[in-house]
Design a protein around this ligand. Sequence first.
Ligand SMILES: CC(C)(COP(=O)(O)OP(=O)(O)OC[C@H]1O[C@@H](n2cnc3c(N)ncnc32)[C@H](O)[C@@H]1OP(=O)(O)O)[C@@H](O)C(=O)NCCC(=O)NCCS
Length: 221
Amino acid sequence: MLAGQPEAVRSAMEKTGGGNGRRRLALLKRAMTTTPRIQQYQGDRRELRPLFELAEDSASQLDAYLHLGHVLVALLDDRIVGHLQFVPTGHPQTVEIKNMAVLKPHQGHGIGRALIESLVELLAGAPVTALLVATAAADIDNLRFYQRRGFRFRSVERDAFTAATGYPGCVVIDGIELRDRVWLDLALPATGPRVENRDLLLASRPGLFEAEHCLPHTGLG
Ligand SMILES: CC(C)(COP(=O)(O)OP(=O)(O)OC[C@H]1O[C@@H](n2cnc3c(N)ncnc32)[C@H](O)[C@@H]1OP(=O)(O)O)[C@@H](O)C(=O)NCCC(=O)NCCS
């Protein structure tokens, strides 16, 4: 089954209980159309560049990592509305969320959460104990989003977002100058392999956890 979908549909069914058929059908239909389908993206990454740009202010940084790692996409009615790129880190026990975004009109509807849940599900059974992500210290919304998903603060890189690293000067987010990068991590549950879902998402990408895509910890995430 796909992340997000069972909960939404189950909740719609619970809400309607033994109630009338038309309301039950309407609620079920709404749950189905607002619940994203999450799958691994095998297409041309350049097509997703506008989505990546929502989370990355540096064109040169994005050029350097756009094609790395793996990408999950969230689809609504077969249209891609969000993505999550994840990459190995050089440490077999950690995987990094390198870039993720949801199209503006679809933000705040649980799609980001569904993408993270799918990745956690995908990593179950792999020798990965922590999921890393970096974001701007200035981006209060992102800090909230990741902490609400269970991420904890790990470290701070001061002055990470400078002209020298490819970022435009004087970017202000929520009234705070874009300067420092914050690293967060999510401890992953040490559960056994859930082969069915992993196979579904991995499709034909058996090299997922091999180290050949390693890259240093840079970028906005
Ligand atoms: C950060 C980002 C990926 C989050 O994705 P999202 O789909 O907006 O996030 P979600 O909707 O899953 O979660 C946001 C909140 O909206 C809430 N929400 C869910 N459904 C909702 C609804 N129908 N109405 C209002 N809020 C809702 C969620 O419960 C969540 O709140 P919580 O954290 O208190 O649980 C997205 O906002 C984004 O693309 N931002 C710009 C790019 C970016 O900065 N990326 C991150 C780089 S590190």
